[in-house]
Design a protein around this ligand. Structure first.
Ligand code: NAD
Length: 420
């Protein structure tokens, strides 16, 4: 049977997922059957979506929905609109969503979707027709108890609203739980906008206490988008000293601490960071001598090229995949702890789960309730990983992956699919 699974896996394996599983196998014994089950998604669907353009022609957009593992519940993951998105990328992201939901303790599996399109080249009407057509094509495989999409790169609450509306039209019934990240007026949750950042702040508090790092820590944040800007505010409120921030055009540094409320107000208004400290480039920000470095922008920022110059005592990964695997290894050799993305930024999917719970129960939760439950869930996630780390003398990332993989395999075992 093992051989059979291995054989089947060979044709459809997710290469990057296999690499991650091999890394987990180095510290945790996994059988061939365990790995065979997880190194490929349970279901891949792809459709070339026809869309009527404004000039009357029809264009076809390659698209994907990949449901990686649903042993813990309906699968969950965003839909990405990007010209470069492909099946390999969506496979890997769906695998990471599976682990993220598991480490966050959510009763969801992992999935991801994508459409090969540059949304900037579409009119608003074309974007809406594409989004509705995506739902028409994937209607049979998504649903509140099957697979629940959400926003991702280049998709937002507006797109989710169109998608929910389309799903309900085809289904002929209300089904707000089919999608999360909706506008609050049609079933979106309070607190979703800043949930990723609040979750990250709670995790950082726990981490700092565990590591005994002290108070008034200096923090540098790369990225002033949704995640970075709210995080700066939460950390400032909690007594951290935010000394540097940046966006794609560069940043500012003030060793005495940036006036965060004024900076965020100004930045949201004008997109300008000038005047809040000395100018720094993104490369300089990443190598500042701070207590905590927070990459909160895009992937592959701490790499072989700059890792030896990183002087922070710890890294909190708010972006997805900001540290390359070899740079990560180097940091761990140097004893610099990295709080991995699947833990640090799991606050977003956690409040997406709360949104789904409210939709399914036809409930409305006040912001304070959402935030309290989020903090509780994130503390639980941190502590689960902390105990795996302590028991196995692992890095935070290894502990998170081991915990995620074991949690999924335990669910598979209860379904009779593997022995544990
Ligand atoms: P965003 O688009 O709102 O902001 C991105 C920020 O990064 C912007 O300030 C942009 O100027 C900056 N940036 C872009 N390229 C850069 C570069 N080369 N150097 C420095 N800065 C650069 O995105 P976001 O929603 O804040 O997401 C940020 C990261 O967090 C992404 O990796 C995303 O996948 C991850 N994430 C977001 C959420 C969420 O809820 N928004 C949840 C989980 C993970």
């Amino acid at each position: 049977m093992d051989e059979e699974l291995g054989q089947r896996g060979k044709e459809t394996t997710c290469e990057l997922c296999s690499l991650e599983l091999d890394r987990v196998s180095e510290v945790e014994s996994l059988t061939e059957r365990d790995i065979g089950l997880l190194r490929q998604p349970r279901r891949r669907v792809n459709v070339s979506i026809p869309v009527r353009m404004d000039d009357g022609t029809v264009e076809h957009f390659p698209s994907f929905r990949i449901q990686y593992n649903g042993s813990r519940g309906p699968t969950k993951g965003g839909i990405r609109y990007h010209p470069g998105v492909d099946e390999d990328e969506v496979d890997e992201l769906a695998f990471l969503m599976t682990l993220k939901c598991a480490v966050a303790g959510l009763p969801f599996g992992g999935a991801k979707g994508g459409v090969q399109v540059d949304p900037e080249e579409l009119s608003e009407g074309e974007l809406e027709r594409l989004s509705r057509a995506y739902v028409d094509e994937y209607h049979d495989v998504i649903g509140p108890q099957k697979d629940i999409p959400a926003p991702d790169v280049n998709t937002n609450a507006k797109v989710m609203g169109w998608m929910m509306d389309e799903y309900e039209s085809v289904a002929g019934e209300r089904a707000p739980g089919v999608i999360t990240g909706k506008p609050p007026e049609i079933g979106g949750s309070e607190g979703r906008e800043y949930a990723t950042s609040l979750g990250g702040a709670v995790v950082l508090d726990e981490f700092v206490e565990y590591e005994g790092m002290g108070e008034e820590l200096d923090v540098a944040i790369q990225g002033m988008g949704n995640v970075g800007s709210y995080l700066a505010e939460f950390l400032d409120e909690r007594g951290y000293n935010v000394v540097a921030v940046s966006d794609s055009s560069g940043g500012v540094y003030d060793g005495d601490g940036i006036d965060v409320p004024a900076m965020v107000d100004e930045y949201r208004e004008s997109g300008d960071l000038d005047g809040f400290g000395d100018a720094v480039t993104n490369d300089e920000l990443l190598t500042l001598d701070v207590d905590v470095l927070v990459p909160a922008a895009i992937e592959d920022q701490i790499t072989d090229e700059n890792v030896d110059e990183v002087r922070a005592d710890a890294v909190l990964e708010m972006a997805n995949g900001p540290t390359t695997p070899s740079a990560d290894e180097r940091l761990s050799e140097r004893g610099v702890p990295v709080v991995p993305d699947i833990l640090a930024n799991a606050g977003g999917v956690t409040v997406s789960y709360f949104e789904w719970v409210q939709n399914e129960a036809n409930e409305y939760w006040l912001e304070t309730k959402v935030n309290e439950k989020l903090a509780e869930q994130m503390r639980g996630a941190f502590r689960g990983i902390r105990s795996v780390k302590q028991n196995g003398d692992l890095t935070w990332r290894s502990a998170a992956y081991v915990h995620g993989v074991n949690t999924v395999l335990d669910a598979e075992a209860h379904r009779g699919n593997v022995s544990r």
